[in-house]
Design a protein around this ligand. Sequence first.
Ligand SMILES: Cc1cc2nc3c(=O)[nH]c(=O)nc-3n(C[C@H](O)[C@H](O)[C@H](O)COP(=O)(O)OP(=O)(O)OC[C@H]3O[C@@H](n4cnc5c(N)ncnc54)[C@H](O)[C@@H]3O)c2cc1C
Length: 382
Amino acid sequence: MKQYDFVVIGAGIAGCSVCHYLNKHSNNVLLIDKHNDICSGASGAAGAFLSPLLGKTNNFKDLVTSALSFSINFYKSLEGDLLINCGVNRIPKDEKDKEKFDSYKTFIDFEYEKLNDGFFFKIGSIINPKKVTNKMTLNTKKLLGYDVTKIQKLEDNSWLLNDEIKAKKLILTIGVNVDLIQEPYFKIRPVWGQKMDVETSTSTKINYHKQCSISTVLSQQNGKNIVSIGATHHRFENMQIDNVDEIEKFYTQDIIDDDSKKLLNLAEDIIKLEDTKIVDIKIAARACSTDYLPIVGKLVDSKKTVKEYPHLINGSFITDDKLIYHENLYVLNGVGGRGFVLSAYLANMLVDNIFNGEQIDKEILPNRLFKRWVKKSKLNIH
Ligand SMILES: Cc1cc2nc3c(=O)[nH]c(=O)nc-3n(C[C@H](O)[C@H](O)[C@H](O)COP(=O)(O)OP(=O)(O)OC[C@H]3O[C@@H](n4cnc5c(N)ncnc54)[C@H](O)[C@@H]3O)c2cc1C
């Protein structure tokens, strides 16, 4: 049986970021993905735009602000000029939105100047997801094309995967495929979307964001420029989707065609892109938590916690130190539509917690989800 100090399941930006930081402490890390290559889930579909969040101050905005500064420095630090720091022009979509933009001025966390009725942020950037994740995991052992269907805790508190791989510590960065997490409070809402690359004779010099994003020129092909346009949002809330990997069953060609037209129209409303031809379309699901904040840290064992503290089902409160956890099992999930902004920052926080006992911000711990669930489901637990 193969044994590792750390196994990370899920080779998107979340898992690759975790491996990057784990590798600083351990040379016994294995990264697993069911796809044959890394960065093939949502991470492979992303425009990977990095821009500031506008709006009034709240937990999520503070998190995005800290993570954006961190991630920009992090991507810059990777060798190979992987970050395109071209700036982003955030443009209001209508008069009402313009008023909102004006009211947000006092809450803006980054240097900006006025441009096109909106703001131009120098910090706005874009990266190539594949190149970045490859670079981050250059020295990580990988097991690709391997679907983990079963995880089981052993007596010594290590984890057994598919009855054949042993991990002292297991980290789940599995995006929308959360079947491995058998905890009733752990819910992920997939938000599907499309991003596309187009050939155009127009040369964009910066990123734009209005109702969609348009990138600066990313490369050249057939003597034309390649720019990315993204992204759409679909929840499919009323549809029973048994397997999120069987995309073609619910994400029909009609939806793709409509989304392509929609993205081209929204792009047209920002800047006139001449002689466009769609050259690539990517579709995937963002893993969103129910409160939009990411989920990072050790997983609470709901059965054991409720057994030890049965008064919880009457709505009583306990402090976090009393909660019982699944030993050696961690998650980094729920990075939603901002995985490329949040993941490096959160992975650094998680690895610091594992090795040095540094606190993870309490707003993003899985604990909050357990506590909300136990409060609501008091009539259903026996
Ligand atoms: C169209 C679109 C545009 C986007 N644009 C941006 C953007 O501009 N900026 C930005 O920051 N974010 C953007 N996002 C969001 C970003 O893509 C996600 O937040 C991010 O990719 C999530 O990363 P992840 O690692 O959590 O998930 P994923 O990249 O989905 O990785 C999870 C991996 O886990 C693997 N896995 C799951 N279960 C198992 C199992 N049992 N066994 C083995 N492997 C398993 C899957 O195969 C998958 O590869 C966009 C998303 C979409 C869909």
